[in-house]
Design a protein around this ligand. Structure first.
Ligand SMILES: [Zn+2]
Length: 370
């Protein structure tokens, strides 16, 4: 099968389209596993980290991509929730189901937690094999989701949902600061915060992106290239600060994030795109009684919740641009330059712009040879 792979960690020149063995032939498929014929994949900042090299052992060639959507192609003997031909989205977190955290329903705390495209072969391929528990039927929306939209949903939506609901417990009427609104998690966090009735401060280095953030409901927009975010937030809140800061930038913003917090404020982080070593003045932390919390993806209950929100018509993914698989490296380059607003998708099989319903028809035609 065709897949987007790297053969060693390095720069984006490492990314290539190669022919690699397809996973999950019926004999090799586990009883509770499914093979998905991928129609579209979507990129996340995580993919850049994977290309550049993460700690731990990686096997090469490594298939990139955490997010994807497609059609169930083959199912293991004990699979009951989906059948071949079903259009599905993929939850990229893989858990063992046996550790104390999994037994408590906290799959993203699993001691053996893995992420598709990081620790195991990813979605930028014609086929991907995942546990049955990792696929969910694509909700029927009007107009139907495109494959690119379906592919773009899971990682950022699940991540932002857990950050704001379970971790930060954002309440109606609270204020929240979201950095870097062009990124997928940040953009989704803005939309979830508005759904929960919060007042949202959004930042970007691009005035064009800030204008779009306004359209998506941001109450206050700040250009972090030309304005001091901490000063502006203090001034705009009568020196009080915000209740919650959504962080995924790390080194470049951490100290400003703490300066933006109100007394008793909560900072929730899911990443550090500008670097992992942050400085926290412990006096500021204890005196103001801040809570700093980490968050990674989400558990299965949260995934079901956020998929239900999508099914209700909210949080439809915003797709920035769609690239054909042979141009996957260009998609990574756009992500690396942070030019996007919303998700960058990669068309893995033809007809990606088609609706899901059309996709199913397309597959039926393939099967019947028409
Ligand atoms: Zn576990």
């Amino acid at each position: 099968m065709r897949a987007c792979v790297i053969r060693a960690a390095g720069e984006l020149e490492q990314i290539e389209i190669a022919d690699v063995p397809a996973p999950g032939s019926p004999a090799l498929l586990g009883a509770r596993e499914v093979r998905v014929a991928v129609r579209a994949a979507a990129l996340n900042h995580l993919d850049l980290f994977v290309v550049r090299g993460l700690p731990g052992e990686q096997r090469f060639p490594h298939i990139l991509g955490s997010d994807g959507a497609g059609i169930v192609d083959t199912v293991g003997a004990d699979v009951t929730t989906v059948k071949p031909g079903d259009a599905v989205m993929i939850n990229p977190g893989i858990w063992d189901g046996t550790c104390e955290f999994c037994r408590a329903g906290e799959q993203s705390l699993c001691v053996n937690f893995q992420v598709l495209g990081e620790h195991v072969p990813g979605t930028l391929a014609e086929y991907v094999m995942v546990p049955e528990a990792n696929v969910v039927k694509v909700p029927a929306l009007d107009p139907p989701l495109t494959w690119a939209e379906a592919a773009a949903f899971s990682l950022v939506s699940l991540t932002a949902w857990r950050m704001l609901t379970t971790r930060a417990r954002l309440q109606s009427g609270e204020t929240v600061l979201v950095w870097g609104i062009g990124g997928g998690v940040s953009l989704t966090a803005l939309r979830i915060a508005k759904l929960r009735g919060a007042r949202v401060f959004a930042t970007s280095s691009s005035d064009a992106k800030l204008a779009q953030a306004k359209q998506l409901g941001a109450d206050v927009t700040l250009n972090h290239r030309t304005q001091s975010v901490a000063q502006e937030v203090r001034a705009l809140t009568r020196r009080r600060g915000v209740d919650v800061v959504v962080e995924n930038v790390g080194e470049a913003t951490w100290e400003d994030s703490l300066r933006c917090l109100a007394k008793g404020g909560r900072l929730v982080t899911c990443g550090g795109t500008t670097g992992p070593r942050v400085v926290t003045d412990v006096r500021r932390l204890f005196w103001n009684q801040y809570t700093i919390m980490g968050s990674t993806l989400g558990n299965t209950a949260e995934y079901a919740e956020v998929v239900a929100v999508l099914a209700g018509g909210a949080l439809r993914p915003l797709v920035d641009r769609v690239y054909p698989l042979p141009e996957a490296r260009s998609a990574f380059e756009r992500l690396a330059r942070a030019e996007q607003l919303g998700k960058i998708a990669v068309e893995v099989a033809a007809g990606v712009g088609d609706s899901i319903a059309t996709g199913i028809q397309w597959q039926a035609n393939q099967a019947s040879g028409t």
